[in-house]
Design a protein around this ligand. Structure first.
Ligand code: GLA
Ligand code: ZN
Length: 673
């Protein structure tokens, strides 16, 4: 079967294990408890750089050797980290260039983690060196199933090395200062640059008055791209170092969902398999978690991914660390699998006794035995995954509907300076996602470079930035029969955040058949309303004042001087249709609107909707599976439409039979063909 590793034949189960933080006498007990819980993979060496490299030219692998041996003897797989997520203290002292300078311009001292400057020559040198040494030393361990480069890359740096690197990055991108001055519109506020060295990083000391409030969006956008690229470069250097020695071992680094600082769509191209860490806040809805899994699958081009971390019970770093209720860990583990995960992994195996994660739960708690609720739940899931075997491995989700998401667009919207401080890209994406989710329509996330041909519906909420050629992609998609949906404040700027003149929505105008003449921002306490198919819905946040130019109005605003102007339009373009929603509305609207569109396009729900019952699909050569995840505190029932088998219990059901799913329970139903 085609999946990330030909070594594994089931959903691997385990996670971060830090035996180096414990006396060796305890290790055999760890092995006993972990195996008792069905753990078959451990992520090792995540924060051991200081332990392995005590000084400039001294390396000591003796402890890691022992750990690797023990783990192999116990038949466990390894996800081997390169340890470069936190540099050693001696390195910060000897090579201060590894330390970051923050947004306020403060040079940091040693401390914390994820604190290395991505353009530090010393960091480059030593991180690549240790990655290489690890690969050379452990290359013959055939239980290593993945390389885990660094850990949760992120943040930013504004030091002098980064500033110099920024200038080189710009030179490479623009070639000439004329081109750069044009792209940044530097004739505004007398910013013309005559020498590359005049360019400084945009932060609190230069162009910004808040993190997301800048007077030159073009400069800030380029810095965001540059910073993401710089950190990606660190990852790629280590990637190359391990790949050279162990070309057959897949390489990953753990991503963080909708993480604002890194353009994961760019990163995904350099990862053999996507992996990510799922730590929803306690108020996160199941749809929000589902959406994050889907963006992670999307940045990997739709391939299955690894759930690298989640807490088995409680996290320590939220303001209020609520326990995962009984059954929730299992439910969320399967939710990850339902959206494409081929692993279920935790942070962490044994709960630490000191520093900030001592109240973060683990498979083995401070009490140190197998008598805890968390351990029992982990062990029960371990047995189930054993039973599930390879059934779902490598299975993909075929979606007919896609949502466009783009990091550059996110950055641009975050710092646009108008028309509303409450513009919320992620929130708007969530509105559309949630409606489809509740309709049981599988959703893919696509980025600017992904193909659209195999979708019937593409939704691009707040497509503020149209990148070069993207309008053409949409034009082709719609002309050949696709349905395209976009919203207010779309088509406004190009990739430099320069307004596309000639009327909004710019290059999308012919596809949508409208001209948006003005944009009215409504403060939080004011709203308008509009009618759509006989129903009245609220209009919030922004109202575009649009004139149809071929499009048909599906309903107009109720109030104000633009009463009767269209709030929702549809335009026939070639064989397809393009919708424009000129304002922000409520859940009821998105559900009705997208329900109509899906019907019109013949995009069928996977199953009837039942509140709180999430339904997804995955398919591989072994079968097609529907996942039923009951997020409710009560049992729910639904009628099956096909002959199916519950692959966790082997129970068979006839088409028309009732399926009962208990509170927080999961059914993985295989179609019987
Ligand atoms: C992140 C990190 C882990 C750990 C967990 C705690 O995901 O990767 O090292 O700190 O958070 O939730
Ligand atoms: Zn730096």
């Amino acid at each position: 079967m085609k999946h990330y590793s030909n070594k594994v034949k089931k959903i691997v189960y385990g996670g971060d294990y830090n035996p180096e933080q414990w006396p060796e006498e305890i290790w055999p007990e760890d092995m006993r408890l972990l195996k008792g819980a069905g753990v078959d993979i451990v992520t090792l060496n995540v924060f051991s750089w200081a332990a392995i490299q005590p000084s400039e030219d001294e390396y000591d692998f003796s402890k890691l050797d022992k750990i690797m041996e023990m783990v192999r003897k116990n038949g466990l797989y390894v996800c081997l980290a390169t340890s470069t997520g936190a540099h050693p203290a001696w390195m910060a002292k000897r090579h201060p260039d590894v330390l970051r300078t923050d947004f306020e311009g403060r040079k940091h001292k040693f401390g914390f983690r994820h604190n290395s400057c991505p353009n530090s020559p010393a960091y480059h040198k030593y991180s690549v060196r240790i990655a290489k040494k690890l690969a050379e030393r452990y290359k013959d361990y055939d239980n290593i199933v993945a390389w885990h480069i660094s850990n949760e890359y992120g943040g930013e740096c504004y030091c002098e090395n980064c500033e110099k690197a920024f200038r080189l990055w710009l030179k490479e991108k623009y070639g000439t200062l004329e081109a750069l001055n044009r792209a940044w519109n530097t004739s505004f506020w007398g910013h013309t640059f005559y020498d590359w060295d005049e360019i400084v990083l945009p932060n609190a000391l230069s162009e910004h008055f808040e993190y997301n409030r800048t007077v030159f969006q073009g400069i800030t956008l380029d810095y965001r791209r540059f910073n993401s690229d710089s950190i990606l470069n660190c990852y790629r250097m280590e990637y190359d170092a391990v790949k050279e020695i162990t070309p057959e071992i897949p390489v990953t680094t753990n991503l963080m969902g909708f993480y604002p600082q890194l353009d994961y769509q760019k990163w995904g191209k350099y990862m053999d398999v996507i992996s990510w860490d799922n730590y929803p806040t306690c108020d996160a809805t199941p749809a929000q978690i589902a959406m994050t899994h889907d963006i992670m699958r999307g940045v990997g081009g739709g391939k299955p991914f690894l759930l690298m971390e989640q807490t088995p019970g409680v996290s320590n770093w939220h303001s209020f660390c609520a326990l995962k209720r009984p059954g929730v860990m299992r439910l969320w583990s399967y939710q990850a699998v339902a959206h494409g995960a081929d692993s279920v992994m935790f942070f962490q195996m044994r709960r630490s006794i000191g520093a900030c994660e001592k109240y973060h739960s683990a498979v083995i708690d401070h009490v140190g035995n197998d008598k805890t609720r968390v351990y029992r739940e982990v062990a029960a899931l371990g047995r189930e995954l054993e039973k599930l075997g390879e059934a779902t491995l490598g299975a993909v989700t075929e979606a007919k509907a896609a949502i466009y998401f783009d990091w550059d667009n996110w950055w641009a919207l975050n710092c646009t300076a108008g028309p509303s401080a409450d513009l919320d890209y992620l929130g708007e994406v969530r509105n559309y996602y949630q409606a489809l989710y509740e309709l049981n329509i599988p959703i893919d996330f696509v980025g600017a470079e992904d193909e659209l041909d195999h979708y019937q519906i593409v939704i691009a909420p707040l497509l503020y930035m149209t990148k070069p050629g993207y309008d053409e992609k949409i034009r082709r998609f719609v002309a050949s029969g696709g349905t395209f949906v976009t919203t207010y404040f779309s088509g406004i700027v190009d990739e430099h955040d320069l307004v596309i003149t000639g009327g909004y929505p710019g290059r999308l105008r012919d596809i949508l058949g409208i001209w948006a003449e003005e944009i009215d921002a409504l403060p939080p306490d004011r709203e308008n309303a509009f009618t759509y198919r006989g129903q009245v819905y609220p209009a919030r946040l922004l109202c575009d004042l649009i004139h149809p130019e071929g499009a048909e109005s599906l309903g107009g605003y109720h109030k104000d001087f633009y009463a009767q102007m269209p709030a929702v339009t549809v335009n026939t373009f070639g064989k397809g249709r393009a919708y424009y929603v000129a304002t922000r509305s409520n859940e009821a609207f998105y559900r009705a609107f997208l329900g109509d569109i899906c019907k019109e396009c013949g995009v069928e729900p996977l199953h009837d909707s039942v509140e709180g019952l999430e339904i997804t699909v995955r398919e591989n050569e072994l079968g097609r599976y529907l996942f039923f995840l009951n997020h409710n505190e009560n049992a729910v029932r639904t009628i099956l439409k096909d002959d199916m088998m519950d692959i966790l219990t082997n129970e068979r059901y006839k088409s028309g039979a009732e399926l009962e799913i208990n509170s927080r329970d999961v059914k993985i139903m295989k179609y019987i063909r």
